[in-house]
Design a protein around this ligand. Sequence first.
Ligand code: SF4
Length: 292
Amino acid sequence: MEIIIAKNSGLCYGVRRALKIARETRQKKTGKVCCLGDLIHNPQVIADLKEQGIQSVTNLDDLNEGRVIIRSHGVSPDTYGLLEKKDVQIVDATCPIVKKIQKLVEMLARQREEIIIVGNREHPEIKGLIGFSQGKGIIIENEAQVKRLPRKKKRAVLAQSTQDLYLLEKIVAALIEKTEELKVYNTICHSTQTRQKSTSELASRVDTLFIIGGKNSSNTNKLFQISKRILPKTYFIEKADQINFEMLKGSKKIGLSGGASTPPEAIQEAVDKIKASFKHQHHREKIVQCQR
Ligand code: SF4
């Protein structure tokens, strides 16, 4: 049995940076430290941050003192405005790559372009980006939605930083049929693209693949879809204890990959669980053979 971990899996630069900023803020500053929304889409890490004294707050009305961390996904200009009116200090941990996309959206909006933003409308990054579009942004989640758009002379299209490249390509192809002049900005970040590539390569050479990460993590869900398209025996798990021998049965090569918000410990725990499970089964099989 061989266990292979996909290259580039686990925490991305932006999430690692936001975690560092949050932990340093907690260590160096007294008083309340909150994060606007969950800092990372991973329940174990959120529980750990809570223990360290960094609470997630979703309602702006609950923020009236101390420091407020803006997570890597960023927020809209309206949210910055509301926070500035409060008696709080903003600690901005927006990923610099997301900041660049926000600036691009702002620039396109000034040029009065219609901006197609390919992403999940419930995702915080998309909520932030749409805020920068000054009413010129249209969120598109799938090809079917493009079919309902009218023909237009000019448009620009860009994507959530963690978007599936395959979906972006399909949407661009559908938009070309509806637009005379289409400007395409591939804003899927390098870390996402390399992670998706490594995971799909691994899916084509293993028997079973585990995608590890929070079920609420958009990029981890996309990794799961990418792998599942290639390898039906792909499982999406949040924790190592969800792995059972049925999932591993008959597999000689087992792959593991994690999303941008999956900490390295979660991947290591899955490796240990797989090793232990095989050892246990091997031991049981020996006993059965002896009994015969
Ligand atoms: S996925 Fe990319 S853009 Fe998004 S937070 Fe991570 S490094 Fe930044």
